[in-house]
Design a protein around this ligand. Structure first.
Ligand code: ZN
Length: 203
């Protein structure tokens, strides 16, 4: 079972990837984790770009992914989260391995913006709240757990979210057309989204 999960930030894609991979007992391969856990030569290559504040080129991402999916735990399948990010990566992936199913967790831009721009972090203990969804802090701007001040990460402000959504529409949406993508309504409850994905997998 080789699966790909695609969706914009705020769609709940990461949460679903964790749940689904656990249910199917296949590794959850997220681009973020993959980059954080690198060692040796590949890590050195990646660091060169990261240290310069540059994007990691597609060829290198493909090399990293190829290395990861050749590991024994991927024999029975895997779930990719955050890859492929653009059409070029999708085409290269296609040369490496056949993907069984591709899901898009779809939410309207306004909903993604609402969810992400509502995030607040405690500057003291790191607890995360959401003033637009849940969990809401009991008192405005104050952490329930430790009384610390809540702040909004720069990445989470509306302007930053809009910029990332723009990139998603431009770069990632062509990937959805490239595959025979199954669209899942990401506005539903987490459990319902999981059910809709599992239904498509006959498990
Ligand atoms: Zn706190």
């Amino acid at each position: 079972m080789r699966l790909v999960l695609i969706g914009p930030q705020g769609s709940g894609k990461g949460t679903q990837a964790k749940i689904i991979s656990k249910k199917l007992k296949i590794p959850h391969i997220s681009t973020g984790d993959l980059l954080r856990n690198l060692r040796g030569e590949l890590k050195q290559k990646v660091d060169r770009y990261v240290n310069r504040g540059e994007l990691i080129p597609d060829e290198l991402m493909i090399e990293i992914l190829k290395d990861r999916i050749s590991k024994p735990d991927c024999k029975k399948g895997f779930l990719l989260d955050g890859f492929p990010r653009n059409l070029r990566q999708a085409k290269e992936l296609n040369k490496l391995v056949e993907i069984d199913k591709v899901f898009e967790i779809s939410i309207p831009d306004e909903e993604a913006i609402r969810r992400i721009s509502g995030r607040r972090n405690c500057e003291n203990c790191g607890e995360i709240y959401n003033i637009n969804t849940s969990p809401k802090p009991k008192q405005d701007g104050i952490c329930d757990k430790c009384g610390g001040r809540l702040y909004q990460r720069e990445d989470d402000n509306e302007k930053a979210v809009k910029k990332r959504l723009e990139i998603y529409h431009k770069e990632t949406e062509p990937v959805l057309k490239y595959y025979n993508t199954i669209k899942i309504n990401g506005k539903q409850d987490i459990e319902k989204v999981t059910d809709d994905i599992l239904k498509e997998l006959d498990v």
